[in-house]
Write a protein that binds this ligand. Structure first.
Ligand code: GLP
Length: 266
């Protein structure tokens, strides 16, 4: 686990991990697609990624971007790339447009598909056909969800279409110009099954509001009421948080951090 002094430093660190994953694709090592997340936590991550890629010589940058293939975690049912509040539009603004990615490189479930259940199955099959996910980025919901795997959720839940928890709709209401009423009732999410099968899982959490749910997700026994708690069983789980999010973890001593403000625990 790593604790960053704040959300910006956290974003830079997570972006560096994504860049490392892109480098391993470019060097020809067998590499799987990236699993990407949306949400406020990821905004500094994508900002830093665009900055870090922008600092590379253009040939190197093009080489890394040519190997980019990603699957996003989720999308609201009823929203498409033309809706500014869709995850497709958010990803296009954050990475697609600034990095000049082709539409096929940045994949998301189609929120406008006429049969969302069928679309969810197709999306899950596309992940399987690509050989599964490599580096999976995850944010954390205030109710313990990852992606849109709402509680209760067993670890074998597949990619599917589901009803959003009222807590999630409240959490995300501020991202909709028209507020809570505009937040869709349903979404398509990559399942915990596919998330847990990823090679590496990177859980990224910032802010005081997530401190208690982060503590419970890491310290309570894995259980359906805390979908993120199933991550405890993943062989390569990296937990990257800021000091505010780590504030309820008694075993993290931020004051004993390295001179640059970072703390690394096992
Ligand atoms: C959202 C998304 C997740 C996201 C999480 C945290 O509802 N479905 O993929 O990671 O909840 O969001 P935020 O970072 O805005 O707090």
């Amino acid at each position: 686990m790593e604790v960053a002094p704040g959300p910006e430093a956290l974003g830079h660190r997570v972006a560096a991990l994504v860049l490392e994953a892109l480098r391993s694709v470019a060097t020809g090592r067998p590499a799987k697609p990236l699993g990407l997340a949306t949400g406020r936590t990821m905004e500094p991550v994508y900002g830093a990624l665009v900055e870090q890629l922008g600092g590379l010589p253009s040939r190197k940058r093009q080489e890394l971007l040519a190997g980019w293939t990603s699957f996003n975690l989720d999308e609201y049912v009823g929203l498409g790339p033309g809706d500014p509040e869709s995850f497709a539009a958010s990803m296009e603004r954050a990475v697609g447009a600034p990095l000049g990615l082709a539409p096929g490189q940045l994949r998301l479930p189609d929120g406008l598909a006429p049969h969302p259940e069928r679309e969810a199955r197709r999306y899950g099959q596309a992940i399987t056909a690509a050989g599964g996910l490599g580096l999976q980025l995850l944010g954390l919901g205030t109710n313990g969800h990852v992606g849109f795997n709402e509680p209760p959720c067993p670890p074998e839940a597949p990619t599917r279409c589901l009803e959003l928890d009222p807590a999630t709709r409240h959490q995300n209401a501020s991202l909709f110009a028209a507020g809570l009423a505009a937040v869709p009732q349903r979404a398509i999410t990559v399942g915990l099954a596919e998330i847990l099968a990823a090679e590496t899982v990177v859980l990224v959490v910032s802010g005081e509001a997530k401190a208690e749910i982060l503590r419970r997700s890491l310290e309570e026994p894995p259980q359906p009421q805390l979908p993120a708690s199933w991550l405890q069983g993943h062989q390569y789980l990296k937990v990257l948080v800021d000091e505010a999010a780590a504030s309820r973890l008694g075993w993290v001593r931020v004051s004993e951090g390295k001179p640059d403000g970072w703390v690394t625990t096992s």
